[in-house]
Design a binder for this molecule. Sequence first.
Ligand SMILES: [Ca+2]
Length: 322
Amino acid sequence: MNRIVLLSFMSFLLLMGCAREVLPPPTPSTPTPPADITPTVQSVIEMVATPESAGYPEPVESYPAPPAVADPYPAPDQADPADEVAITPQLTAEVLAEYPHDSLAWTQGLLWYEGDLYESTGEYGKSTLRRVDLASGTSKLQIDLDPALYGEGLTLVDDRLIQLTWKEQVAIVYDRETFEEVERFSYQGEGWGICYDGEFLWMSNGSDRLTKRDAQTFEPLSEIRVTQDGLSISRLNELECVNGRILSHIWFTDQIIEIDPQTGNVTANINLFDLLTPEERAGLETGEVLNGIAYNPEKDVYFVTGKHWPKLFEVRFVPAAE
Ligand SMILES: [Ca+2]
């Protein structure tokens, strides 16, 4: 499916999805549909993608474009200017540098602290926590997780690293310097991404919800639903808290969204479809998509990589070309 056909198909699906929202509400005798069938950008992705394999969808031939927002709204001669919908900014990456990345690392979480990268990797029997030298991509310090644990998101609170696990419902707390385990927290449901905003933890579980947690006790405090133009955005994955916003990778894409944690609204789409060359992309398997976002506040730059990607990119996010 070429990109134009794909875009047309997605626009049709989005139109169909949005059109449903203007229908009258169901009568009381009509069963209420489950909340998660609300048409979303990701549900479009799922419809485009072929059925799941081993828990993950099969790859799509080209990655979906950001959602179109203009079509569902009234024509200009009918629109009330007060109802105009702000177009979500579209950003892309300006690549500042490329570094080697361990192509055996199933990257799940990434953060930057005082000159080093800290990376959590997944897969049963292969999950690790590592402190990575930026220039060489090699581990300065690395520990293996219990083979029964599948590593997921990673964040830093003061001098303690917190690493999530996928389905094991345990977060492991380590001393940042030594990687010595100091504590474990338990939680309900799956663990995907996590970040610390300086006051609270934010955690994803693959749905359209982010859970705010106490940074010391890990207790859940509240939840936000992430939406763009009223549509749920699900498959929220790796997170990075940056200057009062939350960046979230969208699982199975090379796209990041920026979220206002006060409202759950998406405030920017960051499209990173072109980081890898076609040849590098062709060398990757199903699900080996972007994963890993780290922010370096000293230089106001980001590091991004992906699962089994051969490279890690130092980037700045800039407006996409029209
Ligand atoms: Ca991160």
